[in-house]
Design a protein around this ligand. Structure first.
Ligand code: ZN
Length: 339
């Protein structure tokens, strides 16, 4: 009995030591969202999706869509209240020793930052309504962004969600934003990848083609000092992404959503292609947690379990690449590794 108790104590001690020693992770793609962001009764999430979107138009593309089910082994429930979105996100971050770039609207970002000031790096969503008029939120005036920057509340300008509005990255209306980011020397992060399933029919202006990384070329030609992260890594357009990463060596990518939502082998072959092409030092971990905080854990596990990554490559993706992209100070990096 005593032996068993002793063994149990050792196990507990080993467990807490492992938690204490867990090396830090930077999540480049967290959102501060209200629980009703996707309506009143958001469905649970499968990580990864068990069925990719499929529709027969006679039933309505979105209304009749089969997607994300029948039931996955471990459905991840949406958080039920604003407090739960925040509380469950912070709990997952503490469990996995995550520091996170969190974007949203300024009032909510302030509330989140107040809850866990050392865990969150504040960012800002940027929408540019196109012709669809779907966006409920007007674009931030440039002066507001300057003010956030003055107050130290602008680690990143992004997520730039223009693709959902049918706005191309090289749209002239985004020009003042690129110029500001360059002037302030603040990194930008832009959505380039899939929308929701059936997104082009959801009432917005989303177009697949506007997620092509090649569309950043005129922007980067005009703004060579822009520090830019392509969110969702331009998935699944690996050819374009590689061409851009070679010729524009300042581009980084994050793996938000694709890390947990895509079928595991599909995600791994995309990640592996970018790593084997030599870009393992510019790929950053990101979950794209919105209102399903439970997706953070399988996202972390997807990198931990990737059989083709060395321990060093995992550390680079989890932390080192983001620390370099964000230009974290030596002191901040040391603090992350101490906590
Ligand atoms: Zn996105």
């Amino acid at each position: 009995m005593i032996e068993r108790l002793f063994a149990a104590c050792l196990w507990v001690l080993a467990g807490s030591a492992a938690a204490a020693e867990r090396l830090p992770i930077i999540d480049m793609h967290l959102h501060a969202r209200p629980a009703n962001y996707f309506g009143a009764n958001p469905p649970p999430m499968c990580a990864p999706f068990t069925v990719m979107p499929r529709s027969d138009p006679k039933n309505g593309i979105i209304e009749g869509m089969e997607f994300n089910g029948p039931p996955c082994a471990q459905p991840i429930p949406a958080a039920m209240s604003d407090e739960d979105v925040l509380g469950e996100t912070v709990a997952a971050m503490e469990k996995h020793n995550i520091y996170g770039v969190v974007s949203g609207e300024p009032a909510m970002i302030a509330a989140w930052s107040a809850r866990a000031p050392r865990r969150f790096l504040p960012a800002i969503d940027y929408r540019l309504p196109g012709t669809s008029g779907k966006s409920r939120i007007a674009p931030k005036p440039i002066e507001e962004l300057r003010d956030l920057h003055r107050r130290g509340q602008l680690t990143v300008i992004g997520e730039i969600i223009a693709q959902y509005e049918g706005v191309r990255p090289d749209d002239p209306r985004l020009e003042p934003l690129w110029a500001l980011a360059e002037e302030l020397d603040v990194p930008v992060a832009i959505h380039m990848g899939n929308g929701g399933p059936g997104e082009p029919y959801s009432g917005g202006g989303y177009r697949v083609a506007f997620g092509n990384p090649l569309l950043l070329e005129p922007v980067l030609a005009r703004h060579p000092k822009l520090r830019i992260s392509v969110m969702h890594a331009g998935y699944p357009l690996a050819d374009s992404m590689r061409a851009m990463m070679f010729n524009y060596p300042q581009i980084y990518v994050d793996i938000g959503t694709i890390v947990y939502a895509e079928p595991r082998n599909a995600f791994y072959s995309y990640l592996r292609e970018l790593v084997e092409a030599g870009y393992g030092d510019r790929i950053m971990f990101g979950s794209d947690q919105m209102i399903w905080p439970g997706v953070i854990e399988p996202s972390v596990r997807a990198i931990e379990d990737a059989p083709f990554l060395s321990e060093q490559q995992k550390r680079d993706i989890f932390y080192n690449n983001a620390a370099r992209f964000l230009r974290l100070s030596k002191e901040e990096i040391a603090r992350h590794h101490r906590m």
